[in-house]
Every structure is written in C-alpha cells, then in structure tokens.
Design a protein around this ligand. Structure first.
Ligand SMILES: Cc1cc2nc3c(=O)[nH]c(=O)nc-3n(C[C@H](O)[C@H](O)[C@H](O)COP(=O)(O)OP(=O)(O)OC[C@H]3O[C@@H](n4cnc5c(N)ncnc54)[C@H](O)[C@@H]3O)c2cc1C
Length: 346
C-alpha cells in the first residue's frame, strides 16, 4: 500500500529513522519536532555493532569513533569483551541527528517545527493537534516523542513507576583525545560511569544512578577517569534524562503506534536504546505497509524482548547486594559475560 500519510511525532533518532523507513516504503511521512535545536540529548552515544547495518540500510554513515568492545571495571577488577565482528561506533547525538536530518531533506521529507499537544482519531484517520503550526491530518500516527511521551499519556497508557525504582542519567563531553577504543563502564558507589570516545578529540561521559547523582562527584570517585580528565575543558553542557523505567501499557491504539522510548524504556545500563528503537521503527512501518497496525504490539514485543529482559536483570543485579560482585563474577565466568554482551551488541 503506498501514498499512506504518516504523521511522526518527535524528530529524535527514532522518529527520523521511522520517516526514512516510511519514505522507502512509498509512504508520505511528515515529522513534527517540538524543539528548534541541534538534537542534543543525554545519551551514552555508543552505537552497538548491530546499529550500523540498520543505519546503512537507511543510507546513513554518521561520523564517530570505532568501538571495539566493552570494559567493565570495579575497584581494581576489570573484565573486557571485544565485539566478535565489526566494531560499533561512538557518535555524538548532534552528529547522528544532523546526518539523519540531511537524509530526510535529501528525500524531500517534510519536517515541521511544532509541539504536538494531542490527537483525535476515528475509523478514517487521525488529526494531530499542534502548537506552533496547523493541525495535521494523517492515516496513521507514530508517537516517537521519547520518554514520558505526550502521545502515550494522552492515550491514557502511562502509569508512573514506584519512586524507589527510579533512575536517572547525566551526560557531558570533554575535549581530549580518547584513551581507549572500548566503552569503559565503572561501578562507582551506587552509580555507573560510562566513557565513550565519540571522535578524535572528544570523549563522552555519562553517569547513571538514583535521584541526585552528580557527574563530577562520580568522576572524582574513579581515580582512572579523574586523572585523565583533570583540567580538561568540558566540550558540551551537562544534560540529564529520566526517570526510568517507563512503559506504555500498549504500543498501539487504533491508528496510533508508539515507537522507541515513547513505547517504553527500561534503563541505559546496557548502553542500548537506539538499536531497539530503530528496529521498532522498521516493524511499525512494515505493519502499516500491510495495513495491519494491530500486528505492531506483537512485533514490538518480539524486537524488544531480549533488551527488556537482559536490561531488567542487570538493573536488579546492580541494585542488589550482589552489585559489588558484578565484575568479579563476570571475570570468573567470561563466557557467560561474553554471551550477554554479544546479545546486547547485535
Ligand atoms: C544517560 C543515557 C545514556 C544512554 N546511552 C545510550 C547508548 O550508549 N546507546 C544507545 O543506543 N542508547 C543509549 N541511551 C538510550 C537512547 O538515548 C534512547 O533510547 C534514544 O534517544 C531514543 O530515541 P527516541 O527518538 O525514541 O527519543 P528521543 O531521543 O527522546 O527523541 C524524542 C523527540 O521527540 C520530541 N518531542 C517530545 N515531545 C514532543 C511533542 N509533544 N511534540 C513534538 N515533538 C516532541 C523531543 O524534542 C525529541 O526530539 C541512553 C539513554 C540515557 C538516558
């Protein structure tokens, strides 16, 4: 089926990927993005090896720094896992979004600066209500508006997580040459610190943990990172995200499908999000292409299952008394650790 009008709410990476998949399928996508900015967001910015073939499928090859594996460190203990095939890539969010926007422009996809405030749907279509632009009529809507999605909330699909379970993320870049081609993950107190090289002159630093986490305090707790970043100027402003976990009760209601973080996000502990987000975008467009939006929740469950289970398991472990034993256990069972990392890196 072609000529289908798809309104995409949110011009983050997943919304832009959905627009590119839709355009390739002969549909007419329109992207509505609330913020007039460079697309920056708190993110670890590690594209796992499995993301690059998906980007390639969309004609995208964003600039960045090769990532050859993941190194987990706790005190004096360290366990490394090298990706078995092609490397992943550390890519600044702004560089990723710029490459995706350029490709949507090349394909003549309309992108509109508009904040979506709600929608109404019936059996013939959906009207998207916008602030800052005229309303948009479409056959289908993809809610790609991220964590705590306005679209999901408007559909009554969101319940709040318990306060105890809430975690948050922070991120800032520092202007110095990367010292490693692995993503380094440090367990520091009740937070996790992620170091990702994103280009020849910049490293990204992200921290995850409970409410109140502080990036410089966490860096100060990790001597290996503290020394490398001493006196190094920041290359971006500090950004935050959260709380997670977040989950919409269903990924589809009538003509509206939720895609990416808008449908649910467990945690950033596994450095994932983009791969599963792009995979959801592809599944959503395929469901619309065959005229079966109701097939999307089943497809969504399938492409997110492993991410949800492994990530939930790791968060439970990291929040338990076994936290102190994560790296020692991983180094005692390197095969099991390798299998887990490989599953996440696909
Ligand atoms: C600290 C941290 C580290 C992470 N590290 C990694 C990592 O290393 N690798 C990885 O793959 N993933 C990582 N993730 C996850 C990844 O950042 C997300 O999964 C990804 O950004 C989801 O993309 P998205 O397009 O669904 O949502 P977003 O990137 O949140 O984009 C949503 C867009 O919708 C727009 N929007 C919101 N509301 C409206 C509205 N009402 N109208 C119009 N537009 C609207 C927003 O402005 C935004 O541009 C991390 C996340 C965090 C928090």
């Amino acid at each position: 089926m072609t000529g289908i009008r798809v309104a995409i709410v949110g011009g983050g990476p997943v919304g832009l990927a959905a627009a590119l998949f839709a355009s390739r399928a002969g549909m007419t996508p329109i992207v509505m993005e609330a913020r007039d900015h460079d697309g920056d967001k708190a993110c670890g910015e590690g594209l796992m090896p499995g993301v690059l073939p998906l980007l390639d499928e969309l004609g995208l090859d964003p600039p960045g720094h090769d990532l050859i594996g993941v190194s987990y460190r706790q005190g004096a203990r360290q366990v490394d896992h090298l990706f078995p095939g092609a490397p992943g890539r550390g890519v600044r969010r702004t560089a990723l979004v710029a490459a995706m926007r350029a490709e949507t422009d090349r394909q003549g996809i309309e992108r509109r600066h508009a904040r979506v405030t709600g929608l109404t749907q019936d059996s013939s279509g959906v009207r998207v209500h916008c602030e800052g632009s005229e309303d948009v009529d479409a056959d289908y809507v993809l809610g790609c508006d991220g964590l705590h999605s306005t679209i999901a909330r408007g559909l009554g699909l969101v319940s709040r997580p318990s306060r105890r379970a809430r975690r948050y993320g922070l991120r800032q870049h520092f202007q110095r040459a990367p010292w490693d081609s692995m993503i380094e993950v440090y367990y520091a107190g009740d937070a996790e610190l992620y170091i990702t090289p994103v280009d020849a002159e910049t490293v990204g630093v992200a921290v995850l943990g409970p409410k109140g986490i502080n990036l410089s305090d966490t860096i100060a707790q990790v001597p290996q990172v503290r020394e490398k970043l001493a006196g190094v100027p920041a290359a971006s402003s500090l950004r935050g995200a959260g709380p997670f976990p977040y989950r919409a009760r269903s990924a589809q209601v009538g003509r509206v499908l939720l895609v990416g973080d808008a449908a649910g996000y467990v945690d950033a502990i596994t450095g994932e999000g983009l791969r599963v987000g792009f995979a959801q975008a592809r599944e959503a467009i395929q469901a619309l292409q065959i005229g079966q939006p109701a097939s999307y929740p089943r497809r969504w469950r399938k492409v997110t299952r492993e991410f949800r289970l492994l990530t939930r398991g790791l968060v439970v472990l990291a929040s338990s008394p076994l936290r102190e034993s994560i790296v020692p256990l991983a180094s005692a069972a390197p095969r099991v650790f390798g299998v887990v990392v490989n599953r996440l890196a696909r």
